[in-house]
Write a protein that binds this ligand. Structure first.
Ligand code: ADP
Ligand code: ASP
Ligand code: MG
Length: 421
């Protein structure tokens, strides 16, 4: 069972979480719980680091930001004990959860589960802080923002859990962010492949890496709400959304429990910025000169367009990078101005990426055309396009994000009222 930041925000909410956990344990399950820091706490801690030293050492940053989860894991264990349950916390270094030592963006390598399993078998509820681990350097590491989802899936894999229930502030995975589109529909199930793609293009309900890990390890993941009353449908009856394999999805479709749509979900991402390099030489190797230094600095480039060549063998190259890496990318490119041979760098962080995702696209033509037409009818200008087998993304003006998501949700027949009709 994993509980996110909103679910853990304050002693009152932790008491509600403890009750959900207690019930699950009382139902005869051995339970391990992974918790996030209280909502807003990690942001607060990150700010302290920036204030202390803008060029902070990632290893010390990890010491600071990992503390939010230490607090909530202890508080949940205390609250469970107050309810008469046997419970104890296991910090990342105590298990330990071994990670590579890439501080602030560590990856879990393996988890020693022996002591954990023994304690669970003895009837103790294990409470584990998410987001944190132990590096080869014997220091605390953290997994990157939203990383508690990945901690939960990794723990589930390590102990061979029957299921990994991700409790959050919505009751499942929807066709799009239900906070933006009131008519978003809850999905009974979504395939690993689609969830991976949706998460990677901005559906933050699950961290992308957690989905990749679940897919690789075959962990059964359910997304469900922690904001529930005593009469709520028990988690074992799957009130939320299951992340399933393609073959399980086929069975669900055959049973008529869901209908396959060409588009399963729509996501948006406001965390990328656009970079334009003007008057780049239009010759072999020019683009490599731009992207090699960015790759070497681990800056992820997403959408790329090379414009039609201008006169004099020159062209403009446009691409996107994560907002957090924009300043670094700009500095790297400036340093190589001579070598690359561009004229100007123009940047714009007021852009958004809107993506439509669905395995149905593999066998159905016209998904992209529907997208372009729907956006055009609302006068929304498309600045760049990228596609994969099960996804089409467009870059638009950030101010038009919500409108674009709503328009597309309707255009693909995903609105809740359409289903009822
Ligand atoms: P937690 O703190 O529990 O980890 P997050 O805030 O990380 O929760 O993720 C839950 C949020 O994800 C929801 O409140 C919702 O606004 C957002 N979200 C984005 N896309 C979707 C989607 N397709 N389905 C459900 N929630 C989504
Ligand atoms: N507390 C961490 C964050 O806010 C990890 C998580 O909540 O998943 O990013
Ligand atoms: Mg989250």
């Amino acid at each position: 069972m994993k509980f996110g930041g909103t679910s853990m925000a304050g002693t009152e909410r932790i008491r509600r979480v403890a009750n959900i956990v207690r019930k699950q344990a009382a139902g005869g399950h051995e339970v391990a719980v992974v918790v996030s820091a209280m909502a807003g706490e990690t942001d607060r801690l990150v700010n302290f680091c920036r204030e202390a030293n803008p060029l902070y050492d990632p290893a010390e940053y990890d010491v600071v930001v990992a503390s939010g989860e230490q607090v909530t894991s202890g508080l949940l264990a205390l609250t469970l004990q107050a309810l008469g349950c046997k419970a104890r916390s296991w910090l990342g270094w105590q298990l330990p959860i071994h990670t590579i030592e890439a501080h602030a963006k560590a990856r879990i390598e393996d988890i020693d589960s022996e002591a954990l399993l023994a304690s669970m078998a003895a009837g103790e509820i294990a409470v584990i802080p998410g987001f944190q681990g132990l590096g080869h350097d014997n220091r605390v590491t953290t997994l990157g923002r939203g990383g508690s989802d990945t901690s939960a899936v990794a723990v589930a894999a390590a102990i061979g859990a029957d299921r990994c229930d991700i409790y959050t502030d919505v009751d499942g995975v929807y066709t799009t962010d239900p906070r933006i589109v009131a008519k978003a529909r809850k999905l009974k199930a979504v395939t690993y492949e689609e969830m991976l793609e949706l998460a990677s293009v901005g559906a933050k309900v699950l961290q992308t890496r957690s989905v990749g890990l679940a897919m690789k390890e075959g962990v059964r993941v359910q997304v469900l709400s922690s904001f529930i009353g005593d009469d709520a449908v028990p988690a074992d009856e799957i009130p939320g959304t299951m992340i399933v394999s393609e073959s399980e999805m086929e069975e669900i479709l055959e049973r008529g429990e869901m209908e396959r749509q060409h588009v399963t979900g729509i996501a948006h991402d406001k965390n990328e910025a656009k970079v334009i390099l003007t008057r780049v030489p239009d010759r072999p190797g020019a683009v490599a000169h731009i992207f090699e230094p960015l790759a070497a600095a681990s800056i992820n480039v997403d959408m790329i367009i090379q414009n039609v060549g201008r006169d004099k063998g020159e062209t403009d190259v446009t691409f996107t990078v994560p907002m957090a890496d924009l300043a670094r990318a700009q500095a790297l490119l400036e340093d190589r101005r001579e070598e690359i041979g561009f004229n100007r760098i123009i940047t714009d962080s007021k852009i958004a990426k809107i993506s439509v995702v669905g395995v149905g696209m593999k066998s159905h033509a016209g998904v992209a055309a529907t997208m372009f037409k729907a956006l055009a009818e609302r006068g929304i200008n498309i600045q760049a396009i990228s596609t994969s087998e099960i996804k089409v993304s467009v870059m638009i003006d950030e101010d038009e994000t919500e409108l674009a998501v709503r328009v597309l949700h309707t255009a693909y027949g995903l609105d809740a009222s359409d289903e009822a009709a």
